[in-house]
Ligand binder design. Structure first.
Ligand code: NAD
Ligand code: UDP
Length: 332
């Protein structure tokens, strides 16, 4: 089976490409390097000792996508390509709607033309907004608080409409919780160029003294220690979830929705303290005001993915903190 991995040089896409190749799938990657480096292609080949086709193209470019589909017999698409920074999406909503939605529409129409009928989409727990209760199940009400989240919600709805009309289409909507960690080789990981917005990359910049101090956004939430609680999941576990979803799509049509999380919530301070302990580093921090739009707590009920996909996250918070740090110190 040959899988087109869009955004396959990015953080989650590169780890998924590795696991696909390890599992015996053929892989074709398309990425325009908007948020990744060309050397990721060779790193994936080094880790897996396998070759694959790579295209430097924009997924919104229909002509370029047609060329890929005409040169490669694509059986399924995993669509990671997109913009993902919440704050930036508030500043540049047009760019977010264009890139995230256009790329999806282009892929779906080219897939139809070439008879490719399986699509796995990178959605996010952000589509649950501020959940009324925890843990979060897939049938909870959906809402968003920023343009990034709205692109994910709109795309989910677009895919649902298309799958309703095209009865042979199989779609998996995978709602990721908070991916952290890195490949054990330390060749792949998350390395934002600018000042990071997300917690783990920021902790890493402080742990390696590239930034002086972590700002913790609020310690007055209704959580055990007052800081925000999230469901952190190792990126390799998340990658493996895509393979289970592809296996499921072999035999199903319509839209399947799964939370990919561990089901465990950790606070900001839990993550800081675990990083300090397992990596023997210091992460100075100060408590500052809440970040607008943040919710107190968010963690998954991953039962559906366990029961229907046979997938559970295996790696614990210590391994996540260790792998994140190993990647960062080897790639400064
Ligand atoms: P990333 O930015 O590391 O990877 C995205 C990749 O897509 C990058 O390599 C980028 O160059 C590429 N890309 C962007 N637009 C493109 C386009 N038009 N054509 C071709 N390539 C393009 O992001 P990630 O963390 O790996 O996230 C992957 C997907 O998962 C995204 O859709 C993101 O919204 C979603 N997601 C991420 C998280 C997270 O916390 N990282 C959580 C939930 C959902
Ligand atoms: N957070 C923080 N300082 C930072 C970045 C994040 O205290 O510099 C907190 C944030 O308020 C939230 C948690 O860490 O409670 C996870 O934030 P992140 O942006 O990584 O993920 P998201 O909020 O999108 O789930």
């Amino acid at each position: 089976m040959r899988i087109l991995v869009t955004g396959g040089c990015g953080y989650i896409g590169s780890h998924t490409a590795v696991e696909l190749l390890n599992a015996g799938y053929e892989v074709v990657i398309v990425d325009n390097f908007y948020n990744s480096q060309p050397n990721v292609v060779d790193k994936i080949k080094t880790i897996t000792q396998k070759d694959f086709a790579f295209y430097e193209e924009d997924c919104c470019d229909e002509k370029a996508m047609r060329k890929i589909f005409s040169e490669q017999k694509i059986d399924a698409v995993i669509h990671f390509a997109g913009y993902k920074a919440v704050g930036e999406s508030v500043e540049k909503p047009l760019a977010y709607y264009r890139n995230n939605i256009d790329s999806t529409l282009v892929l779906l129409s080219v897939m139809k033309e070439f008879g490719c009928r399986k699509f796995v989409f990178s959605s996010s727990a952000t589509v649950y907004g501020d959940p009324a209760s925890l843990p979060i199940k897939e049938d909870f009400p959906l809402s968003t608080t920023n343009p990034y989240g709205t692109t994910k919600l709109f795309i989910e709805r677009i895919l649902t409409d298309i799958a309703y009309a095209e009865k042979d289409l199989s779609v998996a909507l995978l709602r990721y919780f908070n991916p952290i960690g890195a490949h054990e080789s330390a060749l792949l990981g998350e390395s934002p160029n600018d000042i990071p917005n997300n917690l783990m990359p920021y902790i890493m910049k402080v742990a390696t003294k590239q930034l002086p101090i972590l700002n913790i956004f609020g310690d007055d939430y209704d959580t055990p220690d007052g800081t925000g609680v999230r469901d952190y999941i190792h990126v390799v576990d998340l990658a493996l979830g895509h393979i289970k979803a592809l296996e499921k799509l072999e035999h199903e049509t319509g839209v399947l929705i799964y939370n990919l999380g561990t089901g465990k919530g950790y606070s900001v301070l839990d993550l800081v303290k675990t990083c300090e302990r397992v990596n023997h580093v210091e992460v100075p921090y100060q408590i500052v005001g809440r970040r607008p739009g943040d919710i107190a707590a968010c963690y998954a009920d991953p039962t559906k993915a366990k029961e229907e996909l046979g997938w559970t996250a295996e790696k614990g918070i210590e391994e996540m903190c260790r792998d994140s740090y190993n990647f960062v110190i080897k790639n400064i």
